[in-house]
Design a protein around this ligand. Sequence first.
Ligand code: GDP
Length: 444
Amino acid sequence: MIFEGLSDKLQGALSKLKSKGKLTEKDIKDAMREVKLALLEADVNFKVVKDFIKKVQERCVGQEVMESLTPAQHIIKIVNEELTSLMGDVSSKVVISPKPPTIIMMVGLQGAGKTTTSGKLGGYFKKQGKRPLLVACDVYRPAAIKQLQVVGEKLDIPVFNMGDKESPINIAKAGLSHALKNNNDLVIIDTAGRLHVDEALMDELKSIKSEVKPHEILLVVDSMTGQDAVNVAESFNETLGVDGVVLTKLDGDTRGGAALSIRAVTQKPIKFIGMGEKLDDLEQFHPDRMASRILGMGDILSLIEKAQENMDMDKARELEQKIKKQELDFEDFLEQMEQIQNMGPLDKILGMMPGMGNIKDQLGDVDLNGKEMKRTKAIVQSMTVEERRNPTILNASRKKRIARGSGSSVQDVNRLIKQFNEMKKMMKMFTGSQKSMKKRGGFA
Ligand code: GDP
């Protein structure tokens, strides 16, 4: 789950307030101290933390909050709004030029994920109907060109390269002409990185910039490097000027410092986040959704978008009706498992849901890997149609028969029934009222 330590600590500090009725200034001060520590431990820039706490505290001791009937909810709302504003308030998009091709220049240090992200971005825009061209200008890192070619092949996106003997500036220019000739309306230039920011690198990037006049310079930084990422962003922005940041490796064990400080320190927005090594693990960055995820309020909007990308919407509507009427049966269960499996690893999906910690506990041993799926299928297929539609009739002798028929044990059958019931509960929560979320400890 994203920024787990930070998320737990912030939620801990704020939920202490929830258990109190009226709040005193001291209660708020104590909570703010905890929030401050949590942010510092997450490696958020010191000055950013100081400003943040000052703003939140000022708003929290205001009359409206202190006299409200639900002061804790108010404070959570304020923290949510200020976290959002720290990351930029609105989602910033890549500017698409009215006169094609749009040129995006990718810059960053070696290992940040530039080449991977160039491919991911190409795939992202291709899905939106663009005709991207990837241009391989990293002539220094061994195998960078080959890597881009492999990525391009996987995504079925053309890659322009001139080997590693030509200068990156000439390659970029030739790439542009190639795009014009071949009707590519988006050019993504993968430039070279270095281990550290140095003058030679910056000079080269400046030359490419002045030759090809990109519409966007996107800086790729590795979120795992915390404040170093922020420093790198500052120096690239000062020397070269960047339009936005792509923060990679947010799927890893990263504390959150980079995500929460970059915008405040550099004034440049995070535009995309990398959530894994696969080529579709790229998400547009939404500050409000990220703040909600950090505060455990879930990110239902991103989840719905992900579902829309992967699900058969007619089936989803049919399912929604069934859940509303409480008619979910084992055939739907099987279908759902398959669809969720298409969406990616379960813990990632759960991370987007409100009250996720609790659900994870409830789900316990639900395993969506291939072996478990096969067993589940076999068990469901060994049920009669009547049993699938009406699982309550599954008594001991029916379970025994199903276990025998599917080559599994009665315990396996029982476990599946338990999982099915948990899934039913989870589904109800999805479509259910805010009341049921509150009961499970979410803030919604
Ligand atoms: P470059 O030197 O900046 O071009 O970096 P690469 O694109 O070669 O990426 C360096 C490593 O980071 C590779 O192993 C990538 O698979 C990995 N990587 C890139 N983005 C992500 C991400 O969002 N999440 C994870 N887990 N790994 C990533």
